[in-house]
Design a binder for this molecule. Structure first.
Ligand SMILES: Nc1ncnc2c1ncn2[C@@H]1O[C@H](COP(=O)(O)OP(=O)(O)OP(=O)(O)O)[C@@H](O)[C@H]1O
Ligand SMILES: [Mg+2]
Length: 240
């Protein structure tokens, strides 16, 4: 039996001004799975996540979340329904403390219900953030800032967590920690995860299913372990 899907993207086209970036992207994210989208720089990975989130307006196609068409909803409406994005580059408030950054993530109706309980869950997941709760976000290490960005996204109590290259710029050990955290979020928090990455080996290890995006089109897809067996092909697509 296949798990019900939390997110389905159908024939998504989108871009900026006159420039088309996505040329009919199709994705399926089953409940409580980790789906990874791999692709080279400029392939349209961030544009895909932004279009799903409504930050970039879809031109064509459909975004179905938990059975409902959410294609044209505004980002805050999507967050309220349970979508959450950890953006590329993290976008924290560097002058605010760790805890202030986390609480800013709890602005939705659902997030405002017992934010201190959610905060405890996040601190449980990332004990380091608890130790540093009064430290300014901008003075944290890269890995700690990525944990904070994930923690903040969790404060809205999402059912679908989307992450845009969380491993970017981090040491291999920290990348492994982040990937392990994503597995815990799937297995213990029962979250559904859509991950965008360029780190093939680490992300295929934790993912259930993988898509390769190139020049705004899906060029290869399959169960992560099958895709991992074709690492040479994937590397060629990613140009590495
Ligand atoms: N705000 C924008 N305005 C105009 N063009 C943009 C904008 N953002 C991205 N693009 C262009 O859209 C294309 C896809 O960019 P996108 O950021 O989605 O790629 P990506 O796969 O996330 O790449 P990377 O791995 O470098 O993050 C690129 O050609 C990029 O220059
Ligand atoms: Mg990107």
């Amino acid at each position: 039996m296949t798990a019900p899907e939390v997110l389905r993207v159908e024939d998504l086209e989108s871009g900026y001004g006159e420039m088309q970036v996505l040329w009919g992207v199709n994705l399926r994210v089953p409940e409580r799975s980790i789906v990874v989208v791999l692709g080279p720089n400029g392939a349209g990975k961030t544009t895909t996540l932004r279009s799903i989130m409504g930050i970039v307006r879809p031109w064509k196609g459909k975004i179905v979340f938990k059975g409902q068409d959410v294609t044209m909803l505004k980002p805050h409406e999507k967050v309220a329904r349970g979508l959450s994005l950890v953006p590329e580059g993290r976008h924290l408030f560097p002058e605010l403390t760790v805890e202030e950054n986390l609480l800013l993530g709890a602005y939705t109706r659902l997030g405002k219900e017992n934010p201190s309980d959610t905060l405890e869950l996040v601190y449980n997941l990332f004990p380091r953030l608890k130790e540093r709760r009064q430290q300014k976000a901008g003075t944290m290490s890269g890995g700690e800032q990525q944990m904070l960005a994930i923690g903040r996204a969790l404060m809205s109590k999402p059912s679908l967590l989307m992450l845009d290259e969380p491993s970017q710029g981090l040491a291999p050990k920290i990348v492994r920690d982040i990937m392990e955290t994503l597995e815990r979020l799937r297995d213990e928090w029962r979250l559904t995860i859509l991950l965008v990455e360029q780190n093939i080996a680490q992300s295929l290890k934790i993912a259930d299913y993988a898509y390769i995006l190139e020049q705004g089109r899906i060029v290869l897809e399959g169960p992560a372990e099958e895709v991992a067996k074709r690492e040479d092909l994937v590397r060629a697509y990613l140009g590495i």
